[in-house]
Design a binder for this molecule. Sequence first.
Ligand code: NAI
Length: 250
Amino acid sequence: MSPTSAVVITGGASGIGRACAESVAAQGRAVAVWDLNADGALAAAQEIAKAHNVATFGLGIDVTKTNELASAVDASRSAVGALGGLVHAAGTVSNQSIGALDDAGWDFVLNVNLRAFPMLVQAMHADLAAAEGAAVVGIASIEGWVGNAAIPAYCASKAGMLGAVRSMADKLGPEGIRVNAICPGFIETPMLGITLDIPGVLDRFEETSVLKRIGQPSEIGEPAAFLLSDKASFITGQSIIVDGGVLATA
Ligand code: NAI
């Protein structure tokens, strides 16, 4: 039987995180939407509850504030019940290439994308260990596999997530907790929108995909919901590339 426990989704107010929350709720599971954008988290929670008839909870939180994670887990459990899943979709990017790097810019990206990921898992460990069919999904990127000169911190953070996935899968597998990553290609979200505004960029991104288009957030939400379900019960420690075939020809 597929797990019925609730799922925490960071970055759930927007883009891929929001789509993950929708896909998980469509499976009948309660969701706790966490986001730096508190109004966005509350709005997403309300809309998802209405659309899918599940319990939801919206929380404004900066996931890099490690000492606030335990109380966020407690508040979420109180609101939506036992927690058995996590999607870490909160993410950020900063255009600092070699020559323009500084400590603050590097730490900002690494802290949100990478450091928060194992810290979230640690804060939820007792809940995940107690749940049937517990699973964790980190939203990494194809840029964890290939380089992009403009964004070394982002590439490092996403490659680091893949190492963290393998390490956490090893540690938590014996407890019945699966840990995987999804590596999206170009997905139409507010984060990518800034880049898409540059003339010619959309055409270039579409051309790199063998499907000749960029992806929609739901095309990441659905595989994330799959990885959280018992349909993926023997999949752990993996990084699944969902990129419309960009890396197939890179
Ligand atoms: P988005 O900008 O639409 O959503 C990111 C969300 O994360 C926002 O709602 C933001 O408020 C939240 N967030 C940022 N920092 C936070 C923090 N410290 N604490 C809590 N929430 C925080 O971006 P998108 O595109 O949906 O990105 C989601 C994830 O997918 C990111 O990790 C991104 O790196 C990854 N990704 C996106 C791709 C794309 O083409 N859009 C491609 C590959 C990976």
